[in-house]
Design a protein around this ligand. Structure first.
Ligand code: ADP
Ligand code: ZN
Length: 208
């Protein structure tokens, strides 16, 4: 199964990608996690992507495509945070076509702006495994410590109100053409992504 998870920042992509990848035995490919890892390592790719990420802008497609091709080597996967614009969607189709494959479903997690602000400004992420928490709605069992791997929880650098606003704008600019693209291909599954993670997961499973 080849699934794409799409939605605004804070729509719950990361959280759902982790549970879905476990449930359906899919390799999880998160572009955001890959880039953050490179930034942390201060690699040449990390140096290139850093300034875009800090501003809430998309990393240029050329850099993104290279990373995707390198990571797309499994039969079953869930893509978290890719594609994010029409060009990336077409690139992905080409990469898969070369192997005689195609995407099975494009899951769109729908939320509104107030929900996103509430979620992101109080979000905590695990430094090591990328698990997401929320200070109020979805706290870890031990404050500041990841339930699944025991590592430290931190706030993401781009989870500040100004950068969140920019990321939301970027999302609004790109989302319509992308949704239309997958709708025409009959791959679009829209999910109401408000509510807690178990409710949203049930909605996804029902429609997949
Ligand atoms: P979010 O969706 O919550 O903004 P992500 O962790 O998915 O967070 O992405 C963080 C940042 O990484 C983005 O703001 C962007 O700079 C970069 N990024 C992630 N995925 C892509 C992509 N497909 N194309 C371009 N840039 C990306
Ligand atoms: Zn963890």
């Amino acid at each position: 199964m080849k699934i794409i998870l799409f939605g605004a920042p804070g729509s719950g992509k990361g959280t759902q990608a982790i549970v879905l990848s476990e449930h359906y035995k899919l390799k999880r490919i998160s572009l955001g996690d890959i880039f953050r890892e490179e930034v942390k390592k201060d690699s040449s790719l990390g140096k290139e992507v850093k300034s875009y990420m800090e501003k809430g802008l998309l990393v240029p497609d050329a850099l993104v495509s290279k990373v995707v091709e390198e990571n797309l080597n499994e039969e079953n996967f869930i893509l978290d945070g890719y594609p994010r614009n029409l060009n990336q969607a077409k690139t992905l189709d080409k990469i898969l076509e070369k192997k005689g494959e195609s995407v099975d479903a494009f899951i769109y997690l729908e939320v509104d702006e107030p929900t996103i602000l509430e979620r992101l400004t109080k979000r905590l992420v695990c430094k090591k495994c990328g698990a997401n928490y929320h200070m109020v709605n979805m706290p870890s069992k031990k404050t500041g410590i990841c339930d699944s791997c025991g590592s430290e929880l931190i706030q993401r650098k781009d989870d500040t109100p100004e950068v969140i606003k920019k990321r939301w704008e970027v999302f609004l600019n790109e989302n319509k053409s992308l949704l239309d693209y997958y709708k025409t291909k009959n791959k679009l599954i829209a999910i109401d992504a408000r509510g807690n993670k178990d409710i949203v997961l049930e909605r996804i499973k029902k429609l997949l």
